[in-house]
Design a protein around this ligand. Sequence first.
Ligand SMILES: [Zn+2]
Length: 790
Amino acid sequence: MNDDLFSFSKSKFEHNSNSAARAAELRELIEHHNNLYYIQAKPEISDFEYDKLMHELISLEKKFPELATPDSPSLRIGGEPISQFKPFEHIMRMESLDNTYARSELLEYDKMICGMVGTTPLEYMVEPKIDGVAFTLHYIDGLLETAATRGNGEVGDNITENVRTIRTIPLRIQTEAIHFEVRGEIYMPKAGFLKLIESQVENGEEPFKNPRNAAAGSIKLLDPSITARRPLDAVLYSSGVIDGIKPPETHFAMFQLLQALKLPTLPRIWRCKDINEVMAAIDELETLRHSFPFEIDGGVIKVNNRTIYQLLGSTAKAPRWARAFKYAPEQAKTVIEAITVQVGRTGVLTPVAELRTVRVAGSDVSRATLHNEEDIRRKDIRIGDHVLIEKAGEVIPAVTSVLFEKRTGNEVEFSMPASCPVCGESTSKSENEVAWRCTNLFCPAQLTARLRHFASRDALDIEGLGERVASALVEQKLISNPMDIFNLNEILLSTLNLEQPTKFEVVNTSDQITLEQSPENSVVSSRVLGKSNARTILNSIERSKSLPLARWIYAIGVSGVGSKNARELAGIHEDFNDFANSKAISNAKKFYDLTEEASANNPNSQKASSLSDEDRNKMGVRYAELGREVDELVEKMKTDGIVSEKGENSSKLILDIKPEVCRAISKFFDSEYGVDFVARMNELGINPAGRKGQKTTGTDSFFQGKTIVITGTFSDGLARNTVSTLISDAGGKVTGSVSEKTDYIIVGKNPGSSKINKAEEIGTKRMTEEEMRKHLNLPPAAAEDTSLLF
Ligand SMILES: [Zn+2]
């Protein structure tokens, strides 16, 4: 037992035995309900009651930090972000398995193994092979101490903090073992994956390609609080180091042991007397492969008798006691009957293949994304073609190849329409993009998505205005422009008809993946929105009027302007009107235009080397002229706050705003839509303040210009991300590590010891959560509040 645990148990008796007992009781209760909910799928209490228990525990641990234990379920909400993963050296090598694709190879495998052991037949276990991320867990005295990825088999990454957020993994197990190492796979369930990419598409992020990538990406996030919100799960199926108990003699006994320890195990395994039963199990598994909540790509065959594993030994890279059998990726042949075009949120046109319905990987497929025009050309896909369809990662259908031998000559080549299929406006394609876009800002296809963006959390944060409400508002023509939300009233909203099932397709702007809405989502529980929902929305709308400039800039939804750019832009403008008539943007745009022209006129460029001396001289003159213009412009721009005065190269733009973004902003305010937007803002008297000239925003100006480090977590589910955003909104800069430049370290619950130590070492000023809340205009943390984001 280590010193921490000792001091914890001592203080428990010295200070508050009641609180300690209650904390212990809460931990046990929460783990019990965790198990019922996540493992057995038989919850006994509501989410609300569960959150209440968790909230009580977090409050207790906050009040008496010595009560926090290393197995507290409060750890599951994710702690401190880290700068990088520490390497973890495996005690026993983590091997991967040899793959087999043919059934005949399995028979040979059996012959070889039986030959080595000198017994026939041998008993095997067959398990579904999950396509996830291999990992290992070390329990020391029953307590989860380390989790690590496989890495190269010798050294992996220590991912303990992130693994603790996976609810099905127990933080403590009831075992006599001093050291118990258990291995398995982290995965993302198919349902969770679809939800995740749906929200990624909605947020304009690049979605993960398949559940495996999503699991790998989520478990390797440096901020565990984000990992905690990803729908990750795990299964455990083998062991590593076992010390202090007798290791099970068979693989089946191992499976039973893992189950008894309440570790997440595979939902189905087969115990086979001989290789013939293995073959039958492999066949049965193949028929069941799509019924698992996770993706599987085959089966794993394991010798049941663990006592002969050592005798069997390993090949150069894989153990001989197990072999993976991989199913061929499921494909189907069908015909492309038509190619249609969809329009996404930012106007991107996506070609979609309308297929003769065919069954692939357990479901009927009648449409598949064709990504973009280039992809169609590259694969030479034509209307009428016979094609091979495959579900990428078993989830999203795609056309893999054309069956050219079936061509009759009647196939028709596809070309992108010159006008938008929804609004009829002309489409365009910029040089460095593969996608064609509808550039009509009023295009109805883009309106719902534009409205959702306008109301999203990082934009105007209109609570209650989700997909269904947004679609209904657009479909029932109550809104034809996001600014129309300010014309809504309680009667209009409370009687909003939600019954119309809104078939929605999300088209990703960068990757063009189409999602079909799952049937259960279209079940509508109420006819109309109702009064209380209407009030929630209206209150948020009212509140949005006083949000800082950065939120409004982001809300507009100019292509390329993310929250970070929006905050930077808010920092150099006095208010919305200043931004709408921005000298800084027009100067930056001019700067980009001039420098581009200058580089095209560079007489020393490679392109110029083939020109005549006379032409080169002409270029040189123009080049020098442009250089002077750029210098003059940069001098002017220094007062815009857009150019860094630091460094020798004074022409370096401090704004990370790309030329196309500057151009897009200018274009927006020049457009009919932009002019209308500004007019409506003025009519409504909304002119949010920026931070130029230290104008105060919704919060006090305390954080203006200060560099802040945040450590630990906050009460009432206040996410660290939210705090960072609020501090940035208020003009502060949040950094990841403490240095001489840090003005304050904000200390929450379970603060990171390295940050605290560093802060103490260099004397950084500390700020409590209460003080921070005051400066950010947030209500004080309430013990009764159960709005825990859990
Ligand atoms: Zn359009």
